[in-house]
Design a protein around this ligand. Sequence first.
Ligand code: FES
Length: 154
Amino acid sequence: MLTEEEKTEIEEHLAALPVRRSGCIDALNVVQRHRRWVSDESVRDIAAFLGMTPDEVDSVATFYSLIFRRPVGRHAILLCDSASCWIMGQENLLDLLEKRLGIGLGQTTEDDRFTLLSVACLGACDRAPALMIDDDLYGPVGAETLDGILERYE
Ligand code: FES
């Protein structure tokens, strides 16, 4: 069930929109901000709240790689795997991350601190290889900067 707080926040977004379904991505963002990810139950609840079908909400949720449909840790590391970053050493950066965190892509550290995910271009090709942690964009990231970046997240 959506909480009253979530409903209120979604309604604030809806106030500026012509039809309720236009607020689908806003509703997904609200729920993810409160719960870290969007479960099947949340998809059904959002659909009911907006007058949509669960499939319609799910198609929006799965279109955007920044909406998480599986549980994630306290911080999501989104590693760009598109062309510029790949050319500039994305594979080495992935290797570093896997060694530092002890996890592979799609996995979460045992302490629930980080989830490591790959995404398409982050729009920071001039800073390749790039990654994003929560809402923070970093690049270029290498062995000399990675530890300092990770230390900022508890
Ligand atoms: S290719 Fe990595 S940010 Fe664009």
